[in-house]
Design a protein around this ligand. Structure first.
Ligand code: ATP
Length: 593
């Protein structure tokens, strides 16, 4: 496919904010592509080259892209800067500069193809070490020299990581289902394949190669992370046990980082909750798993918790963040060793365990994990009585955990990849002491600070995620809980993500000073949830023409960089929290006041 054609599709996608139209455009686009092109187009449209677990990103620095642009167009630095200040987007600058150049040079050139652009991007991304910058600029210059103005716009946006089409993995899941025919009949198959491969490009390719049969034939593969199973939440031990049919396995909910560990002989790979390959952050875990996971091949999940090496007690979540910085890993391994608490086995030596009930998966886990003091299964207890559950919860909190997760143990208790459901129910300490639990919300806008905060963003517009419409719905404005260092850090994070118009996936009646591409997830705690005429979260669910808002929201200091925007608290969870808050105020029928 010619890249010009893809650029035309991108123009059409950019021009609409309607989900249905977007899907239709993608269906046409995929219809015109070969299977390999479809895979590449899916990744490019999401602003990526590969799925997250490959760990290679395009993101070329803006100043390098400017160098390439100048060498192709002969524009001066001042000219580029002036245009950039006016347009606020290097893609548009490239389009304009190239449109001036084009008249003399375009005539006898071969058109660029999607494959050419993609493989050049691959080469740019893989350039490292000495001379890498120069080579990147050269490669991009070569590409821009062959590009038409409209193509240049998207080449520059893609290469600098600033694509803003407003499509996400979910949009492609819908589009891929629609390519097969009726969305509702095929969505489940597409989602299943996506949830066990974490690779939407591969799924789109399979749709094109072999239709639904190829998609259904997808199997777990070591080295490809499975999207995580997630928990719902409830606020009383009785409700939890009722929901689980009278009994459940209560496990400590450790406050650390979720790791999915893949073992293939002597090779150990570690994936984050967002399916990134984070093996390099945990050399100690790699070593230990090599020694203490007895299976030859396995996919298991655990929570890694930072431990105090002197006392052996668990440390707060934040201590693990030291491992994010490359040069600090070695030091962090020494200062903050981790304890590993395993809670699931998804695959062991040729056995796909996803459709087996939890008790069976846990037995496999016991077989595979050779325990020692800081390496073992989660503390767990089968509970059938609410008071038993409450005292187990108490013990978990005393031992330094956030609370417990109570899990279904019936024959239907399979591993549901990529889904938040009632097979796991979390029950946290904060539910009992406060009205609402913490929530993880996505920044969608920001307001300039005043007075002491001038020069910073003083208040942020926050949203919850609605998986049904794949949109972010506003739920509160948060302006408290920020320390000076947070204001600084957030300013930089926001500036990287500012967009000129409301992003297509954002649903908000409120107009912030700047719109922010939904990407930053922050932990927020509030006092209560109220009905609100200005926030769109849960619009019309509780009252017509009103949504829900979090009152007195505060930033807890916790950046949830382990979560993508689609992993944030959902609209349904907020609605559920509102309802359970009411239940705790209004006595149930027959109860004494
Ligand atoms: P939170 O924000 O509370 O960490 P979350 O959205 O990341 O929640 P949930 O599904 O709500 O995910 O809670 C499950 C998370 O709790 C897992 O992703 C995992 O990191 C952590 N966890 C700690 N202990 C356990 C356990 N025993 N079983 C399953 N998950 C556990």
């Amino acid at each position: 496919m010619e890249f010009r054609k893809l650029a035309e599709y991108y123009d059409r996608l950019e021009a609409t904010t309607k989900r249905l139209e977007m899907r239709e455009i993608l269906v046409q686009l995929l219809g015109e592509a070969t299977p390999d092109e479809a895979q590449r187009i899916a990744m490019l449209s999401l602003g990526k080259l590969y799925p997250p677990y490959v760990g290679i990103e395009l993101g070329m620095a803006e100043k390098l892209a400017i160098r390439a642009l100048r060498s192709v167009t002969g524009a001066s630095e001042a000219e580029v800067e002036k245009l950039l200040a006016k347009k606020g987007d290097l893609g548009l600058v490239a389009e304009e500069l190239l449109s001036k150049r084009k008249a003399q040079t375009i005539l006898f050139q071969e058109p660029l193809t999607v494959d050419q652009v993609y493989t050049t991007f691959e080469r740019i991304a893989r350039e490292t070490g000495e001379g890498a910058m120069e080579n990147k600029v050269k490669l991009l210059t070569g590409l821009l020299a062959k590009a038409e103005p409209k193509e240049a716009k998207y080449i520059v946006r893609l290469v600098t990581g600033t694509m803003r089409l407003g499509v996400a993995d979910m949009t492609f899941i819908d589009a891929a289902s629609a390519v097969l025919g009726d969305i509702s009949s095929f969505r489940e198959d597409i989602e299943r394949a996506y949830n066990i491969t974490s690779d939407i490009g591969l799924v789109v390719k399979l749709v094109k190669v072999g239709g639904v049969e190829a998609v259904r034939g997808v199997r777990l593969r070591i080295g490809m992370p499975v999207r995580p199973m997630l928990a719902e939440r409830l606020t009383s031990a009785k409700d939890i046990l009722d929901k689980l049919g009278g009994k459940g396995l209560a496990e400590y909910k450790y406050d650390g980082e979720r790791l999915q560990i893949h073992k293939d002989g002597s090779r150990i790979m570690i994936f984050s909750r967002r399916q990134e390959n984070i093996t390099h952050q945990f050399p100690d875990v790699v070593k230990k798993c090599g020694q203490r996971l007895s299976a030859d091949q396995a996919i298991v999940e655990c929570e890694a918790v930072a431990m105090d090496p002197d006392t052996g007690s668990m440390l707060p979540f934040q201590e693990l963040m030291h491992r994010r910085r490359k040069y600090e890993v070695e030091k962090a391994v020494e200062l903050y060793p981790v304890g590993l608490f395993f809670f699931d086995a998804i695959y062991v030596d040729g056995e796909d365990l996803m459709n087996r009930p939890l008790p069976e998966r846990r037995s496999w886990l016991k077989e595979v994990v050779v325990s020692d003091e800081t390496f073992g299964l989660t503390v767990a207890k089968l509970v059938e009585d609410p008071s038993d559950l409450d005292s187990f919860m108490q013990r978990a909190v005393e031992d330094g955990c956030e609370g417990v997760i109570v899990k279904d143990v019936s024959p239907k208790s399979v591993y549901r990849a990529g889904a938040r459901g009632w097979l796991w129910i979390k029950y946290k300490r904060s539910y009992v002491s406060k009205l609402t639990d913490t929530v993880d919300l996505v920044v969608i806008g920001a307001f300039h600070g005043k007075g002491k905060r001038s020069g910073w963003y003083g208040t942020l517009l926050m949203s919850a995620y609605d998986p049904r419409s794949d949109t972010f719905k506003s739920v509160c404005k948060v302006g408290t809980g920020f320390k000076e260092e947070d204001l600084k850090r957030l300013k930089a994070m926001i500036e990287e993500r500012v967009v000129r118009e409301r992003p297509a996936r954002v649903d908000s009646l409120m107009q912030p000073d700047v719109w922010v591409r939904p990407d930053i997830v922050l932990e927020i705690v509030g006092d209560e949830i109220t009905v609100s005429p200005i926030h769109t979260c849960g619009w019309g669910t509780i009252q017509p023409n009103a949504g829900l808002a979090i009152r007195f929201p505060r930033f807890t200091g916790r950046y949830r960089s382990d979560k993508g925007p689609e992993d944030a608290t959902t609209v349904d969870e907020i609605v559920e929290m509102y309802r359970s808050q009411l239940k705790s105020i209004v006595p149930e029928e027959g109860e004494a006041l």
